[in-house]
Design a protein around this ligand. Structure first.
Ligand SMILES: [Zn+2]
Length: 302
């Protein structure tokens, strides 16, 4: 149960009191639209002296759909349907659906950030992995780097990019802004053998703040032959028996492959736009899709 309230602010960019902190926002009745019978809350910006709708806080503001259609789009997207298929079901243009999906993703990301900051998360265990995908053709590889908490199954952060040190660093920099490290406890980090994680950890985490285990898997003709545990930082005593693996994040990767159409294997619905993929990932993880909370100002670089 989380009890957090976000301060309301004026969402109108043209208003001189846009996002101002000392500008009281009051409720000002409800209204319905021609396409949507669900009542929407109206607010009043006291200093800017104008009304605005609660939907002005969402990225979907100004798009001509109903709450129901947005929810349906969000759900169908999560079931792994391609944009064209959703457009067919809802009898809309694929471009319209794509616009909605991107807006839903952006809104979900804001909500995720708000949640992380409102709760104040202490990081105790971390699993990191990367997921292969491609942009238009297989030669153009796109990797999704994921930072994941195995106990709560909470997906903190991800980045989409090449399989390099820079991508791993971006992942950790983003993560550091969302969590705080405990003084008396070291974070248990497990990853696969990719050197980029080690590089990024040494660069962005203080040496005394984590213990690090690499799981090195050897395959022969696609068959798993050996699993070796390399304790890079710390010893096996630092890792309780059941934490010496990357199983949770690997299972999670399969969930993602199943639910994101552009990550499915051997399909024509592969990824055609990096931004779209990022937004889709956002919508996938973020806990509540069309939650009616004001967005939280985004910290730079997350
Ligand atoms: Zn205003």
């Amino acid at each position: 149960m989380i009890k957090a309230t976000a301060p309301r602010f004026c969402p109108r960019k043209r208003c001189p009191y846009y996002q101002a902190a000392d500008n009281p926002i009051t409720k000002d009745g409800t209204y319905t639209t021609r396409t949507d019978a669900t009542p929407r809350q109206a607010f009043y910006c006291t200093q800017g002296k104008h009304r605005f709708s609660e939907t002005a806080y969402a990225e979907l503001f100004g798009k001509h759909g109903s709450f129901k259609e947005y929810t349906q789009t969000a759900k169908l997207t999560q079931y792994g349907l391609a944009t064209e298929a959703i457009a067919d079901v809802l009898e809309k243009d694929p471009h319209t659906i794509q616009g909605w999906q991107e807006a839903i993703g952006a809104k979900s990301r804001q909500f995720h950030l708000f949640l992380c900051m409102a709760v104040g998360i202490s990081l105790m265990a971390l699993q990191m992995d990367e997921l292969w995908s491609y942009l238009r053709k297989k030669a153009q590889q796109l990797w999704i780097f994921i930072a994941f908490e195995p106990h709560t199954k909470f997906w903190f952060n991800f980045t989409v990019g090449p399989r390099t040190n820079a991508s791993a660093s971006r992942l950790l920099i983003g993560l550091k802004k969302l969590v705080h490290l405990l003084d008396n406890q070291r974070v248990r980090v497990t990853t696969d053998k990719l050197a980029a994680y080690r590089h990024a950890l040494t660069k962005h985490f203080p040496a005394q703040s984590y213990v690090y285990l690499q799981i090195v898997k050897k395959r022969w003709h696609r068959r798993l032959v050996t699993v070796k545990k390399c304790f890079i930082h710390g010893t096996s005593e630092d890792f309780p028996e059941k934490t010496q693996n990357t199983s949770y994040i690997e299972r999670f990767n399969l969930t993602l492959r199943h639910s994101i159409s552009s990550l499915q294997r051997k399909t024509l619905g592969y990824c055609k736009s990096k931004t779209h993929l990022e937004r889709h990932c956002d919508g996938m993880v973020r806990e509540v899709l069309l939650c009616r909370v004001p967005p939280w100002p985004q910290p730079a670089g997350v």
